[in-house]
Design a protein around this ligand. Sequence first.
Ligand SMILES: NC(=O)C1=CN([C@@H]2O[C@H](COP(=O)(O)OP(=O)(O)OC[C@H]3O[C@@H](n4cnc5c(N)ncnc54)[C@H](OP(=O)(O)O)[C@@H]3O)[C@@H](O)[C@H]2O)C=CC1
Ligand SMILES: N[C@@H](CC=O)C(=O)O
Ligand code: NA
Length: 433
Amino acid sequence: MKKYISIGLLGLGTVGSGVVQLIKNHQEELVHQVGCEVKVKSILVRDVEKERDIQIGQTHLTTDPDELLKDPEIDIVIEVIGGIEEAREHIIRALEAKKHVVTANKDLIALYGPELLQKALENNCDLFYEASVAGGIPILRGLSDGLVSDRIQKLMGIVNGTTNYILTKMDEDGLSYETALKEAQELGFAEADPTSDVEGLDAARKMAILARLAFFTNVILEDVEVSGISSVSVEDLNYGKKLGYVMKLIGHAHFENQQLEVSVQPTFLSKSHPLASVKNEYNAIYVNGEAVGETMFYGPGAGSLPTATAVMSDVVAVIKNMRLGVNGKSYVKPRFERVLKTPDQRFGQYYFRLHLKDQVGAFSKITTLFNELDISFEKILQTPLSKNELAEIIIVTHNISMERFEKALMELRDLSVVEEVISYYRVEGDVKK
Ligand SMILES: NC(=O)C1=CN([C@@H]2O[C@H](COP(=O)(O)OP(=O)(O)OC[C@H]3O[C@@H](n4cnc5c(N)ncnc54)[C@H](OP(=O)(O)O)[C@@H]3O)[C@@H](O)[C@H]2O)C=CC1
Ligand SMILES: N[C@@H](CC=O)C(=O)O
Ligand code: NA
């Protein structure tokens, strides 16, 4: 057995610094688990001259990836530089050099996970990525170990800390979207380019990774329907409150009759929903399995030390596998073909906000349209607007197919009494529906 395990760290930003700090401060716990010291030997950065808050002692800082990837002493490479192409290249080189890899990179795993896992398998190496979904929450192990014997039917997740932070601050503290986003960036939750957070792509990547593990099928990123929060208005948040809802960016994934549906969209949750009380940068994943029933995984979804704990859980798993001589043996190939549900097989409740001409018979035109489409209302709110003789109408439907929702939206826009459909969102009431 080696006297110590040497790590090559790619990246020393929010997550990389957390890893260095955790290895230093929790060395005793690590030694107890793996039976030897764990040391960071070299770190790859973009700029070695940059001033850093973190103390790295004797650890070697470099801008040359070869110094880590060609170093025979390094057993495990941790990739936390982010981005896609360079990270992919470094990981492939590390695996070909028979080094195990741990990454927090959901962008990469969502796009190239199956290919990289295959590469790891061919080289008898481990490739683990617990930190890539929901930061410090051990959700990937929860699915691939804890719930592995079950048939998971439904996942619902708040899997992006930045957007949850923004929505909470807008709703509870009256902050503007821009101020709340700036705070999330300053706190280190946001991606280098926060567009992927606010437009839902970061959450979509995580949902693709989760759905692969939960449903044993090779979900690809294009399967995930995505919309973000950048156009959510304070008016909609306030109407939501009046109706007993709170707005969250929700990832939905369903698997029924071996057919799949995955989406990420701003969603009004009933205040009694278990995900409704998840605030700020916290994440949670609600998992419904045939045998286990309802479970919920909750914790910090972003940030330096929480994410570092997920990285280190993978490092410990790699070292334990090294001990047993079973690296590269944990990857299980998908079991089911990818088959997507069609719009008539997908169901949900919907919220519409529209401006209606304030004239006799206008509202009955709406009820006639919805009757024709066999859509019934769960809630209705009507407020006269002082300007332009318009009324603002909020409608929440009962459960309908996506096909009927799309038809209703199209036909509402064509009605002469409807001035404008301002917004529409998915609604989640009772979790058991
Ligand atoms: N922040 C978070 O809470 C979470 C992040 N993640 C993921 O972890 C990864 C890292 O995120 P985070 O720590 O926030 O990112 P940061 O931007 O804070 O840090 C990136 C680090 O990588 C270095 N780096 C970037 N590009 C290169 C390159 N081409 N060559 C050499 N070094 C490079 C930077 O060097 P330098 O310091 O010199 O600029 C920096 O040290 C991402 O994949 C992210 O999605 C996952 C979960 C949570
Ligand atoms: N930008 C991400 C970081 C963690 O994955 C987030 O906000 O959740
Ligand atoms: Na995790």
